[in-house]
Design a protein around this ligand. Structure first.
Ligand SMILES: [Zn+2]
Length: 200
């Protein structure tokens, strides 16, 4: 008699536990880091802000706060390089978080909110205002950077976005420890950028 594969169809609790203990995927660990960053942002918020009272407007405030740690040059309308995807020289325009990073970040936080017992109908990351804000960022960055976000390129772009996102979010993570709320407290501003992400 053929004993057959014994590990099929039988749920061995020990095996299942091991499966759950497997190291989380890149997405999962990124999501956890993002969520912790956001919670830390809430903790340092002045005036105090609880997760339950968090609205779409607060999420937008958080996204704007993250811009200071961005690495994407977004040209002002008055800049010579406005609309140039690859400017030949430097300029004084600010660095911001790329739209793709913010979009992916909001997606992860939206999922994390519900995984942490938040109700879908009160999910601030799903708020209409947040969607509108992201669309505005997408359009204005597209114009400023000369990057048309065309639907045709979605497949290639998705892979690129994932890379961008991992970088952008780990910066946000570092930043959260360093200087959230420093404009008022003035303490965090002296802290060095906590552990720069390893070059990969
Ligand atoms: Zn510029």
């Amino acid at each position: 008699m053929d004993p057959g594969p014994t590990d099929l169809g039988v749920v061995d609790p020990q095996q299942q536990q091991q499966r759950q203990r497997r190291p989380p995927s890149r997405y999962e660990s990124q999501k956890r880091r993002d969520w912790n960053t956001f919670l830390q942002y809430l903790r340092s918020h002045r005036p105090p802000l609880s997760l339950a009272r968090c609205s779409g407007a607060h999420v937008i405030e958080f996204l704007k706060y993250l811009d200071q740690f961005g690495k994407t040059k977004v040209h002002a309308p008055g800049c010579t390089y406005f609309g140039h995807p690859n400017p030949p020289g430097p300029c004084v325009c600010p660095l911001k978080q790329a739209w793709g990073s913010l979009d992916a970040l909001v997606g992860r936080l939206r999922a994390a909110y519900e995984e942490n017992d938040g109700l879908p109908e009160s999910n601030p990351f799903g708020a209409r205002a947040v969607g509108i804000y992201l669309r505005e960022v997408k359009e204005s960055q597209g114009r400023a950077r000369g990057v048309p976000y065309q639907k045709k390129k979605t497949k290639k772009k998705k892979r690129k976005l994932l890379q961008d996102t991992a970088v952008g979010a780990s910066i946000a993570d570092d930043a959260a420890g360093a200087s959230i709320g420093s404009s008022e407290a003035g303490e965090g501003s002296r802290a060095p950028p906590a552990g720069s992400s390893p070059a990969s």
